[in-house]
Design a protein around this ligand. Structure first.
Ligand SMILES: [Zn+2]
Length: 262
């Protein structure tokens, strides 16, 4: 009996260590995170709704009904967006556990309220960021809302100081603003809102271009140096290379996943 209990405890802590970081968040946690990171755009959150400065509100929808992962992805509530924690820095698990993809579970209505409800509306909120001012110096479009463009300029200025060997990953870039759905879905890409950037497509890996192995797992590939990833993260951008369904050239501004943004 004692032995069984010991094994139980070892298993329990073992699983805690290896299980992907699951966020057990309630509306109070989400309220704090949203008010801090969407200051002046979101004015309140209660157990039912997220309230916007415009006077509009969206359901939080923290129902306990069990959805499949596909359903969660396709019909994510704002609550669902916080169901997985983003792992900051170099110390993340490879291969990435199946369906662990913090930030990829998104509620489109939320982003429409923050960044614009149509191509035209988003377009009006775009401003220029100078990409790698010393080494490249082209202007790219990014949303000025919620400091997104300011943060991308900080990323750009810092990437510009990296040793030359990193440049091939950073230019030419794949693109920023583009009002479109995600391939194979009817959900809007974060490029639609002017808050995502693809770096050089040449060194990228995308899950959709690969086949599942015999265990039904997409084999993980990445060539993007983590020095680049860490600079993006420091300024509030999550990386598509940390998703089970990986997209390694892709970064998007998602301040709600970080405790401290520089
Ligand atoms: Zn992208």
């Amino acid at each position: 009996m004692q032995f069984v209990r010991k094994i139980g405890i070892i298993l329990f802590f073992g699983l805690m260590h290896f299980a992907p970081s699951q966020a057990q968040k309630n509306f109070q946690d989400i309220k704090q995170i949203l008010l801090k990171n969407y200051n002046n755009i979101i004015v309140n959150v209660d157990s039912n709704f997220v309230y916007f400065k415009s006077g509009e509100k969206l359901p939080l929808n923290n129902s306990n009904e069990k959805k499949t992962f596909e359903d969660t992805l396709n019909y994510a509530s704002i609550f669902d967006m916080f169901s997985q924690n983003y792992v900051y820095g170099k110390d993340f698990q490879i291969p990435i556990p199946k369906n662990f993809e913090p930030g990829r579970i998104r509620n489109d209505d939320f982003f429409r309220k923050i960044y614009g409800n149509s191509k035209n509306e988003v377009n009006k909120n775009l401003t220029n960021v100078v990409w790698l001012p010393k080494n490249y110096g082209i202007k790219i479009k990014f949303s000025r809302i919620n400091g997104a463009a300011i943060q991308l300029q900080k990323v750009s200025d810092e990437l510009d100081k990296l040793p030359k060997k990193f440049l091939e990953y950073l230019e030419p870039i794949g693109g920023t603003f583009n009002w479109r759905v995600i391939a194979g879905t009817n959900k809007l890409s974060m490029h639609s809102f002017g808050i995502a950037i693809d770096i050089n497509t040449k060194h990228s890996h995308y899950w959709r271009n690969l086949k599942e192995n015999k265990n039904g797992i997409y084999p993980y590939h990445n060539l993007i140096p983590l020095e680049i990833v860490e600079i993006f993260e420091k300024h509030g951008f999550i990386w598509g290379g940390k998703w089970y369904h990986f997209d390694t050239m892709h970064f998007e501004y998602r301040p709600e996943f970080f405790k401290n943004i520089k």
